[in-house]
Design a protein around this ligand. Structure first.
Ligand code: CP3
Length: 359
């Protein structure tokens, strides 16, 4: 059952500021949530995290995933929660070996040739990722009706980066070499990932996710023509397939570091909102993107570490440019571990107390 309209004692309640904004409503101040709002900067997260060694096992333990999803909501009263999981659960569910090494980030047994990825299969994905869907179901039952719950997935190109590089990379030479030199086989991998991501997002929506975000964190390493083929086109295919089944569920896209090529992603037929990284100017976004599509972003996560007057000035500048809507306040990338939690509380205050200047 869809949970768009919550109910309270039999009376329908509003869908909440975040979903209403994605649907085109305007409020005096915009909704706010933060990428990576659950994480190591919170002492209560570190306490729960310490109870499980393996990061993937942690993601696959619904009680713990629910608890850390709710922590930033309790502390800061944000307008949306994002389910605690990771983009790399998809390669894991496809049968690739994935693990996380303390202080080193993700590691994968890298794909080296097309024959090898022929062994990956999406047949068991819904079953293997059942703990994620259980966590979504439990979180939705616990969250206040006006707080939206976001599901998410990595975009095919970003997943392919990790799957071929075997982890994070400095130059992306392996994944690019494969995409440029063997486009036919790269297309087969992207097709598999499109289907897997459609399955994963559909299951998350059916478990209770109110909206979903696609993270294309490494889109910005591609030149324009490849950006179209390997980032935009697969994202649009995913969005169309998910919308065919769940036309009322908003889909947000985060094509990170693509610069002015963000114009290509201005596709209201596919996306309800575009999440902008810090490199995109708020003034430019207000002129070129916002008249066509809701935008989300884009405070520098390091401003959140700095805090104080510098953060206040920068957040207000963004609000003055984009706050008239349609707009969702967020960061340009995820919260970093050294962020003082008090600075997050201060940021939420700034956004809630912003006074639009009459223009
Ligand atoms: O609060 C939330 O945003 C929800 C949870 C979430 C995580 N990862 C938890 C996590 C989300 C949405 C992600 C997405 C993700 N994961 C992305 C896309 C967004 C981006 O940052 O560009 C990417 C590229 C990954 C892959 C990944 N997972 C990396 C590179 C790392 C290591 C870096 C690091 O911060 O350690 C992870 C691990 C990870 N995923 C952690 C968390 C909280 C830290 C590990 C830990 O707590 O032990």
């Amino acid at each position: 059952m869809r949970r768009y309209e919550g109910s309270h004692e039999g009376k329908p309640v509003r869908r909440g500021k975040f979903l209403e904004t994605l649907g085109g409503a305007r409020f005096p101040t915009p909704p706010i949530w933060l990428m990576r709002q659950a994480g190591r900067y919170l002492p209560e997260y570190r306490a729960v995290r310490a109870t499980t060694r393996s990061f993937l096992d942690f993601c696959y333990t619904p009680d713990k995933a629910v608890e850390v999803t709710l922590q930033p909501i309790r502390r800061f009263g944000l307008d949306a929660a994002i389910i605690f999981s990771d983009i790399l659960v998809v390669p894991d569910a496809l049968g690739q070996k994935v693990w996380f090494e303390e202080g080193e980030g993700p590691k994968l047994e890298p794909l080296t040739d097309p024959v090898q990825f022929g062994q990956l299969s999406r047949a068991r994905l819904p079953e293997r990722l059942a703990p994620v869907y259980d966590a979504i179901r439990l979180t939705r039952e616990t969250l206040p009706a006006e707080t939206a719950l976001l599901g998410f997935a990595g975009a095919p190109f970003t997943l392919a980066c990790y799957m071929i590089e075997g982890g994070s990379s400095r130059d992306f030479a392996k994944v690019k070499g494969w995409a440029y030199g063997h486009p036919e086989s790269f297309a087969l991998l992207i097709d598999l990932l499109v289907e897997a991501v459609v399955d994963h997002l559909t299951c998350q929506i059916e478990a209770g996710a109110d909206a979903v975000q696609l993270f294309d964190s490494w889109a910005g390493v591609l030149p324009e023509e490849q950006l179209f083929s390997w980032s935009l086109e697969p994202l649009v295919r995913i969005a169309h397939a998910v919308r065919a089944r769940h036309p009322r569920t908003p889909i947000l896209a985060f094509p990170r570091a693509v610069g002015p090529a963000a114009l290509m992603y201005r596709r209201p037929d596919a996306f309800a909102a575009l999440s902008l990284d810090t490199g995109i100017g708020a003034h430019w976004a207000a002129r070129e993107l916002q008249p066509h599509i809701c935008v989300q972003g884009n405070l520098d996560p390091i401003m959140l570490v700095t805090g104080g007057v510098a953060m206040e000035r920068e957040a207000t500048r963004i609000l003055d440019k984009l706050g008239h809507g349609p707009f969702v306040f967020n960061l340009g990338h995820g919260v970093v571990p050294q962020t003082p939690p008090d600075h997050v509380a201060h940021l939420v205050d700034i956004v809630h107390n912003w006074k639009p200047s009459v223009s």
